[in-house]
Design a protein. Sequence first.
Length: 419
Amino acid sequence: MNGQTSFVSREERIPQVTAMGHTDEKSNSDDRGRLVAEELNEFQVSDAYYEPDLVNLSLSDVFTLGSLASLEDKIRNTKHRIVERRRALERRVRTPEVIRLRDKLSFVLGLLNVLFTEYVILRQPSHLWEWYLYQLTPLLMLRYYSYRKSAQHYFMYDYCYFVQALLVAFYFGLPRAQTWRQIMFVALFASANGPVLWAMVAWRNALVFHSLDKMTSIFIHIFPPLVTYNARWHSDVVASHRLGVCDHEEDCLALGRRAFTIAVPLVIFLVWQSLYLAKVLVISRRKLDRNPEMITSLRWLTRHSGSAVFRMLNIFGERYQNLALAFWQLIFTVVTCLPTALLWRYKWMHEIVLALVGLVVVWNGSNYYFEVFASRYTRRMLEYARDRVQEMETNATAQTNKRDESVSDVHDAQPNASQ
């Protein structure tokens, strides 16, 4: 029932006429009693919290409560009270005080997360992997839940999530052969500090502390570069925790000269791209065609027909937009992976690139707060005030109508009294 109570009409469930063609009053009464019991039991499954006195109501209890009419009135009154309580709860959550408190708490938690991550990198570098994994699982679960509700879960097939999966596999010891682990780490280093890192600039990620969605996007794109930075430049510390691939700086430099080619991260990208195209063009093609409201990266990028991105994705025609997207993603991956060989060799250059991208993210966050969030916040407060005014007007109108009806009833009763 998808969390909602569903009731079938009494007319459909109560036989009204016997085989002789006459109304069987006893049978009809019994059926109505059973219907009331079933309806109460259905109703209390999702709403027993609100009316505990209706829990465990059996068929025999129904006939001991008095007339069915009074029992049905009790059901209607119970439903009405539940609806009113839910509306009151929704109004309470949408009050300016609750909204401000929620946003303040989210802001503080987001800022504390950044500060604690900095502490781990500087003082406890060997535990950055664990801190990354502790956050990854709940954040991805929450993201899937929210994206599933908004039909955006196909975003979670994107390349950055594929890199997360490979990082987790690497943490748990896959592949096991040391030679392959070294090659895998070089590929992850290039992928994380190349396309995944620069995707924050391309997708205009913003550091907005009070937004779980935006902070999750920041986490997904910034932690793989931070984790690989930590493993590369704290290799002596990380190596003692089974995650390092080179014990000393000389070994790391030799590994870079031996394994750092564009082909290594490109293999990872091509594997992901093949799986992604198989998913959207073959496995889920009919599903996506039947549900145009489902959002994929392509549909998101082509939502504005006059944009430059839309024109870039139509270079091969509208029919081949997915292939055009794959082509431009390949170009983006190659261009952003090329400088990662220098990041592997020079720590200062690696730190400058991380700081530069971080500065762009902070700038996007400031733009969001002062240009987007401020107007949305004001509009949200105005909407709340308007809803409250409408509710007050509705209540006042209802009270006026009720008073008029009472006066009318009194006037109607006066001639009868005089008679």
